[in-house]
Design a protein around this ligand. Structure first.
Ligand SMILES: *[C@@H]1O[C@H](CO)[C@@H](O)[C@H](O)[C@H]1NC(C)=O
Ligand SMILES: *[C@@H]1O[C@H](CO)[C@@H](O)[C@H](O)[C@H]1NC(C)=O
Ligand SMILES: *[C@@H]1O[C@H](CO)[C@@H](O)[C@H](O)[C@H]1NC(C)=O
Ligand SMILES: *[C@@H]1O[C@H](CO)[C@@H](O)[C@H](O)[C@H]1NC(C)=O
Ligand SMILES: *[C@@H]1O[C@H](CO)[C@@H](O)[C@H](O)[C@H]1NC(C)=O
Length: 945
């Protein structure tokens, strides 16, 4: 028996090493067969295709990984002939080595699609073919790697003919492949590259428990123009050549999903999905066992035992069998503790590794459970803040990345593009860093950690000699607010041609000095992910803010923002009583208050006071969990599609958001804790009639508290969007009719207030053509009535095209999202902003005197999918400033996130009644400041966190 085993192993090793010619194989085989024959004295019928069978059997033993001589390669397999060598001079090189702590000052040489020397490159030795880029000391990192992208399978703009992210033909379909649906014309490619993304794992969607196989692709266009030519190390099985493949194999990838998505799509429950997994894996296991059994006999030369059989295989299931053979990186969409528990059990039952859990909103609650998965501990690939859109994401925490890192679990930030645009993936790492993820781990979370997780760390994710020449030169420290590339290089080829990087201040070349969140992270765990978000203290008494660097308030009369402490010198004191500033100046100026025994003292440690921010354009205050109707106000009727019941007003129907307000929602309190104090929300609607918006305090506990409702009715909202039936022209006809011939009930009453100039009309529209129509309609009505209307565009994806006309017509824009991108065709003419275009949309509008406000940087065109993002208003405003400092100074950045909303929505907030926000350690528009208190004159109190 021993001899037999040795012999079998030797055969396998020979074949695996690819050293055996066919004739040698046959002779080994025959001597082997004759050995058995002589022992058992029986005739063995060797089949004609025995060699092929043995090759197949040998191939079963192969493992994936780079060939041993990979690191001696002189040229990349992706090298594009004609590409010139490139030298990046004087760079701050983050290499990814030493646990992400190694930073080398020097040069980086790229040639033949590979990285040459890192650091010391003798510049005078180079021949003149070399293109030299002077980085001027800028940060250079490996290209960003996105392990969760639907780029090209859910191509943008979203058109019905190209929704190819999922098949709905079965709950477990390991045979499907994302490569079969890659649309190379996706607008997202250039966009993602403009954010530094060089490589993406293209996953099928999460509608199925097993959605299919995923593929890694580099984003640069290729000369061949084919999807296949963009793949990075595609598995040999892609075209059926795996049996003859060189050893070792290449990694394969597969998408799995647990929880709500597959359960909803297949009208089942978690139990059904779990069984679907087990049943599929059981089927694959049977095939694997049959193969192993067959091959054990065949390689032992016992051909008689397999005489009546063919090699057991099934094209539909071979990929899942490969999972069981440890050759597939399994990527599982999984949110909740219960789902991790199920999947970890599955991995142990069938003995396969999970490369990464994706989304994984509750992963930080169960680090030990994750570690008990079969084999290596899975990485966790997550969002920084996108959450609460569904129940499974309710316990999301912005502290999850650092908590997981504290537990030694690999942390990856991912986009789920286009859910979050992968263009902003690096900024997800920046936000995670702001909330406590250490710098080295944050940088690795979008470079070397994903490279390792997808088994490609032998060529990407690091700056190292012999690695792929995929690098990004940044306009600031990659974790700084609004960080963006100055140039992106893939396979040694610069991709941004031309590039328009923003000019950032020198200070942004340092990693931000972020606040301490230890206490918040601890409380989050103590409360199983639902820490109380209400202020720790609320007082009507005297609060003394010391160590204040600046105090920005709205100046008398107009909306200029001025610094109260401008004359004080470096550091000042601000005293507040009953929510109003009663003294400001030096410590001595306010000594009568500061010495009072009852006063509460808050040391802002060099922080600031600034106006409370005001958000508009989301459904905040009208829902807790967007996809759980019982937690929301629900949607309005669409009078263009249904007959509104007479009892609800019939033709005069006009819903008011104030009647559906919910106070104390988590999104509202989180926004409040980040300096957004007032929100304007319209009733949730997906079609023409929005109804009446309302303005309210995000920090108020209920509607009846003093100052909770800032203004019951702020504006009339309508939406003009291409949606088939009714046509855009029908929607415009309806609007014209309502403005010029209002007839019934509340609708008539409020449209009359619009036409007599009392109430603003907010028109949601993205297309420049529709916006132009609105400008004309405004004129038409004004000519008819002789009264100027207040009209504001919300959305405005193409509004920059009409900046001049909007300015002349005094039509303002709530830009939503603030950094537009073409989710839909109606804003295909978007302006992406630096580095993809010289100007940002905000800057173009402001240059033409258009009053601009910012909606949240959300994920779809539905208001209800934006509420989680309201908390980021401070960062979006700062971003607008950092992208175009000449046009948007810090004061106008504050204005576009506060006083401009007041103007555009006709809010009646009296001068001096605006909220103020106090921040510790820095101001609201930075990664240094942390909100310490909200000062509210209307509510007559100060909330201290
Ligand atoms: C590198 O760039 C920095 C920043 O511009 C500059 O101060 C320094 O002199 C440069 N060093 C070299 C060697 O060019
Ligand atoms: C199959 O693809 C590999 C690359 O993965 C390529 O080298 C090989 O030539 C292809 N074979 C055929 C038959 O197309
Ligand atoms: C102000 O805050 C800074 C930063 O925390 C600190 O270094 C300084 O000592 C404080 N100054 C006063 C007067 O408290
Ligand atoms: C607009 O109409 C309302 C209601 O009829 C009225 O109270 C208001 O004074 C009018 N405003 C103007 C500016 O005409
Ligand atoms: C914008 O307004 C300023 C000040 O009122 C004016 O000087 C400038 O000409 C205006 N610009 C445009 C493009 O209308």
């Amino acid at each position: 028996m021993d001899k037999q085993r040795v012999s079998k192993t030797r055969v396998l090793r020979f074949i695996a090493a690819g050293l055996l010619t066919l004739s040698a194989l046959v002779s080994v085989l025959l001597s082997h067969a004759s050995f058995i024959a002589s022992e058992r004295v029986q005739r063995v019928q060797v089949p004609l295709h025995a060699a092929e069978i043995l090759r197949k059997c040998a191939a079963l033993e192969l493992k994936p990984g780079p060939p041993q001589d990979f690191h001696t390669r002189a040229q990349s397999d992706r090298f594009q002939p004609g590409t010139k060598p490139l030298l990046i001079r004087n760079a701050t090189l983050w290499t990814g080595h030493l646990d992400g702590l190694e930073v080398v000052q020097g040069n980086l040489y790229l040639d033949k699609g590979l990285i040459g020397d890192v650091g010391e490159v003798a510049v005078d030795m180079l021949d003149e073919e070399v293109t030299i880029i002077d980085a001027n000391g800028a940060w250079v990192t490996p290209g960003i790697i996105d392990v969760h992208s639907h780029l090209a399978v859910e191509a943008l703009p979203a058109l019905e003919g190209a929704i190819d992210g999922n098949s709905l033909k079965g709950i477990t379909q390991p045979w499907l492949r994302s490569i079969d649906a890659l649309n190379t014309h996706d607008e997202g490619f250039k966009h993602s590259m403009a954010g530094g993304v060089t490589t993406s794992l293209i996953l099928p969607g999460s509608a199925n428990a097993i959605g299919g196989q995923a593929f890694v692709m580099k984003l640069r266009p290729t000369r061949e123009r084919s999807p296949t030519s963009m793949l990075l190390e595609p598995p040999y099985s892609l075209n059926g050549s795996d049996v003859d493949a060189p050893s070792p194999l290449r990694w394969r990838y597969m998408k799995h999903a647990c929880g709500e998505n597959p359960s909803r799509v297949y009208s089942g429950t978690r139990m059904d999905t779990a069984w679907a997994f087990r049943s599929a894996y059981d089927h694959a296991r049977h095939i694997k066992v049959a193969q192993d059994d067959y091959c054990a006999k065949a390689t032992a030369g016992d051909w008689n035992a397999v005489a009546e059989q063919t090699f057991p295989e099934d094209l539909q299931w071979e990929a899942l069998v490969d999972v069981l053979r440890g050759r597939v990186k399994v990527n599982t969409h999984c949110y909740e503790v219960v789902d991790f528990d199920d999947f970890v059990r599955l991995s142990n039952e069938f003995k396969f590794e999970v490369a990464a859990f994706h989304h994984a909103h509750e992963a930080y609650l169960v680090p030990d459970l994750l570690k008990s998965a079969y084999g290596r501990t899975p990485a966790i690939a997550m969002f920084f803040a996108f959450s609460r859109y569904k129940r499974e994401a309710y316990r999301h925490s912005e502290f999850a990345p650092r908590i997981l890192a504290d537990n030694g679990i690999p942390v990856i930030m991912k986009s789920d593009h286009p859910a979050i645009q992968s263009r902003f993936l690096v900024n997800e790492a920046g936000y995670a860093h702001y909330y406590g993820l250490p710098e080295n781990i944050a940088l690795a979370s979008v470079t070397s950690t994903p490279a390792r997780t997808i088994g490609l760390d032998h060529r990407i994710g690091f700056l190292k000699k012999g690695y792929d020449a995929d690098v990004v030169i940044w306009d600031s420290h990659p974790l700084s607010l609004s960080a963006a590339p100055a140039q992106v290089i893939i396979d040694g080829i610069p991709q941004l041609n031309p590039s328009y990087p923003a000019i950032k201040p020198a200070s942004s070349q340092q990693a931000p000095h972020t606040p301490n969140w230890d206490e918040e992270a601890k409380t989050t765990l103590e409360h199983e992910g639902l820490p109380p978000l209400e202020p720790a203290q609320s007082t009507e008494g005297v609060v003394v803010f010391t160590n204040v660097t600046s105090a920005w308030v709205r100046d008398t009369g107009d909306s200029e923002i001025v610094n109260l402490l401008a004359a004080t010198g470096v550091i000042g004191t601000v005293v507040v009583r009953a929510g109003r500033v009663v003294c400001h100046g030096s410590m001595y100026d306010c000594v009568s208050y500061t010495s009072s025994a009852e006063a509460t003292h808050v040391d802002l440690q060099g922080g600031a006071l600034q106006p409370g921010l005001i958000t508009s354009g989301s459904a905040i205050g009208l829902q807790e969990i967007a996809m759980e109707v019982s937690t929301t106000d629900g949607e309005t009727y669409d009078p263009l599609s249904v007959d509104v019941p007479a009892i609800a007003g019939g033709l005069g129907y006009m819903p008011r958001a104030v009647d559906g307000l919910q106070f104390g929602t988590r999104d509202a309190l989180l926004a409040y804790r980040h300096g957004v104090t007032v929100a304007v929300s319209a009733p949730i609607h997906s079609s023409f009639l929005g109804g009446l918006s309302t303005a309210f305090s995000l920090g108020a506990p209920h509607k009846l508290q003093k100052g909770a409702v800032v203004q019951e009715v702020t504006a009339v909202h309508v939406k003009l969007a291409p949606e088939g039936v009714p046509s855009v022209s029908t929607q415009v006809a309806t609007l014209r009719h309502l403005l010029l011939n209002p007839t019934d009930g509340d609708a008539a009453k409020y449209f009359r207030l619009v036409t007599n100039g009392t109430l603003p009309l907010i028109v949601e529209a993205n297309s420049a053509d529709i916006i132009a129509t609105v400008i004309q309609l405004k004129e038409e009505v004004e000519v008819e009535t002789g009264t100027p209307l207040t009209v504001t565009i919300s959305g405005g994806g193409e509004s920059h095209i009409l900046a001049k006309e909007l300015g002349e017509a005094s039509v303002g824009v709530i830009l939503k999202p603030p950094r537009p991108y073409p989710m839909q065709w109606d804003h295909i003419r978007y302006l992406p902003g630096p580095p993809a275009s010289a100007d940002s949309a905000i800057a173009v509008l402001l240059k033409h005197n258009v009053t601009v406000a910012l909606g949240p940087q959300g994920v779809t065109n539905e208001d209800s999918m934006y509420t989680w993002a309201v908390r980021n208003l401070r960062f979006d405003a700062a971003w607008a400033h950092l992208e175009a400092p000449d046009v948007v100074d810090k004061a106008s950045a504050i204005a576009i996130a506060s006083s401009n909303v007041v103007r555009l929505l006709g809010l009646q907030i009296a001068f001096g009644d605006e909220d103020l926000v106090a921040t510790i350690g820095g101001d609201l528009l930075s990664f240094e400041g942390k909100v310490a208190a909200v000062i509210s004159p209307r509510r007559g109190s100060v909330d201290i966190f």
